[in-house]
Structures are given as structure tokens and as C-alpha cells.
Design a protein around this ligand. Structure first.
Ligand code: SF4
Length: 305
């Protein structure tokens, strides 16, 4: 397999973390939680034996949305808040592609909030990793949809007035079949959640608590370490909707991480799109171009020549 990064072609003989490395300059602040998420995504892809040509990483705008620039993989940085519909389109065009969306809490739940709800209920087979740092980092520290009430920032000098958006509750209410939360201070655990999300056939949300060390001085690594606990270590059944609803509301002194909810009851969106019954559109298009039937050839000729 050959891969291209920063204008150079490299020969790949074995899939490992280096396969996904890219020499592009990384401009994240030292200590940013995004580094752990980048590594976790690479680990997940290597463990699942998914090469750079078999995956597409779609992002929006924000610090975390720079991620596709920092790894060798098919990447698409979309408009602010729009990666989910773009990713859905890519999945419909090529269902064999492993499509992953990576963006921040502002991009996911604020600017792209309606796309988040509609994608959860639509259920395309894409994995959505949210770098949730409870602040807008790229624009230098304004409060975001997931900022806690009372959070003081440059745009909330006397404390945020609104209650925080709860992505776990919203995903559950919107019909998502896989809902998980991770913490960037535990990259191995995040990688495991991403693997499970990719393996889930349908929309999978993995909200990762990701400290912004530069602008969010409240929700630090220490703040989270004092609070997060693992659902896997409890007698917890992620198939239990009522239990998930209860856990989705838990926030404050104790914050659950792990798989909150998993259901395989709903078919993925692309499984029910009638026009996909004839097979993968990308493959069909390639076949058509390689060996068009006479009438199709005439149509193509009339259209393009
Ligand atoms: Fe990370 Fe915050 Fe720096 Fe952005 S501003 S790179 S989120 S630490």
C-alpha cells in the first residue's frame, strides 16, 4: 500500500501507529487533550486493521477539528458544524468506507446541534468522536454549549446563565444506538471506546472529556480524575435504557465513563436506502466507467463530449 502525506509518497508494508503519522506541524498547545484523542484514534484503526485508504476522517472547525491534518488518512475539513451531514453523504456514496467524524463540543452541539439530533435518529454507520472541552478554544476561550452554569469566560464574565447541554441525554432521546463517554487522561480506554464505536453498525457517539489547558482552568485533568469512574467496573448493563437514562444525567461529583448505552435493534440508515440495493455506488461507477453498456456509453458521450 502507498500513502501520501505532506506531498510525499511512502510505501506501507505493515500497519502500525507510524502508518498514520504525518509530518505536518501540530499547533495544539502542549498538554491539550486532543493529543490523546489523536493517538487513541490511530490505536483503534491499527487494532481493527483499518488502513488509511479504508477510513475517512471528517471534521468541522475548531482546535480539535484540525485532527485530520495531523494524521495520514482520507480527511475532509468541512464548514463549522457540518461534518455529520458530509460524513453521512460519504458513507452513502461508499458504504465500505469507515467514516469517522471528529469535532469539538461547539461544532457538534452548538453550531451543528440539529445535525447531531438528526444524525442520531437517522443512524448512518458512522463513528462520532466529540472533543468536549466545555469551551471554544480556537477563538480563545468563550463559553460553549457544554459549559457548566456559572462558568466564567470572556463572554460570560459573571458566569454562564444557561444550563449545560447534555449530549448523553440528547443522544439517548434522539435514538442513538451507541453512546459512550471517555476521558482524554485515559487514552487506552478512549481507544477501546472508539474501537467499539467503529464496530457498532450504526451511529456511535463517543463524547471525550478533553481538558483545554489554555482556556479552561476549571475542568482540568485533576478535576476529572477526582470525578470519573468506570461503568465497566460496576454491575451495569448498557442495554438497559432506564439505567442509561439515569447515568446520562449523572454529572458533578461523579461522572461515569464507558459505554452508557448500546442497542443493535435499529438497522443502519444505508441498509434501508433503496438506491443502495444495487450495490456500492463507488464500485458501480468504477464498473460503469471501465466497461459501460452501449446505451450507457451513448448517454455518457452525449453528456460529456
Ligand atoms: Fe487545546 Fe485549548 Fe490549546 Fe485549543 S486552545 S489547542 S483546545 S489547549
Amino acid at each position: 500500500m502507498r500513502r501520501q502525506c505532506a506531498g510525499r509518497w511512502l510505501l506501507v508494508t505493515r500497519l502500525d501507529l507510524k502508518t498514520f503519522d504525518c509530518p505536518a506541524e501540530n499547533t495544539w498547545c502542549p498538554g491539550c487533550g486532543d493529543f490523546a484523542i489523536l493517538r487513541a484514534l490511530k490505536v483503534a484503526l491499527v487494532d481493527l486493521d483499518i488502513g488509511p485508504h479504508e477510513a475517512l476522517v471528517v471534521s468541522g472547525i475548531g482546535c480539535g477539528s484540525k485532527l485530520p491534518d495531523y494524521m495520514t488518512v482520507n480527511g475532509f475539513m468541512t464548514l463549522h458544524g457540518r461534518p455529520l451531514p458530509v460524513a453521512t453523504g460519504a458513507k452513502l456514496a461508499n458504504p465500505e468506507l469507515h467514516v469517522v467524524v471528529v469535532n469539538g463540543d461547539g461544532d457538534s452541539y452548538g453550531i451543528g446541534g440539529n445535525h447531531f439530533i438528526q444524525t442520531a435518529r437517522r443512524n448512518p454507520d458512522i463513528t462520532h468522536i466529540v472533543e468536549d472541552n466545555q469551551i471554544y478554544g480556537l477563538t480563545k476561550g468563550q463559553y460553549s454549549p457544554t459549559s457548566d452554569k456559572g462558568f466564567v469566560t470572556s463572554t460570560s464574565p459573571t458566569g454562564a446563565i444557561e444550563i449545560a447541554f447534555n449530549p448523553m441525554v440528547m443522544a439517548l432521546a434522539s435514538g442513538a444506538g451507541f453512546i459512550a463517554r471517555g476521558f482524554a487522561g485515559e487514552p487506552k480506554h478512549v481507544a477501546e471506546l472508539i474501537k467499539q464505536g467503529i464496530q457498532h453498525h450504526g451511529y456511535a457517539l463517543i463524547d471525550v472529556l478533553q481538558p483545554c489547558v489554555t482556556f479552561n482552568k476549571v475542568n482540568s485533568y485533576e478535576w476529572y480524575r477526582d470525578r470519573v469512574y468506570h461503568l465497566e467496573e460496576e454491575a451495569y448493563d448498557p442495554a438497559d435504557m432506564d439505567a442509561a437514562w439515569h447515568k446520562a444525567h449523572e454529572w458533578g461529583d461523579r461522572i461515569p465513563v464507558g459505554v452508557l448505552y448500546r442497542s443493535e435493534n435499529h438497522p443502519a440508515y444505508e441498509d434501508e436506502v433503496a438506491t443502495l440495493n444495487g450495490g456500492n455506488p463507488v464500485t458501480r461507477l468504477k464498473e460503469l466507467v471501465r466497461s459501460p453498456r452501449p446505451e450507457q456509453y451513448e448517454k455518457l458521450k452525449a453528456r460529456f463530449f
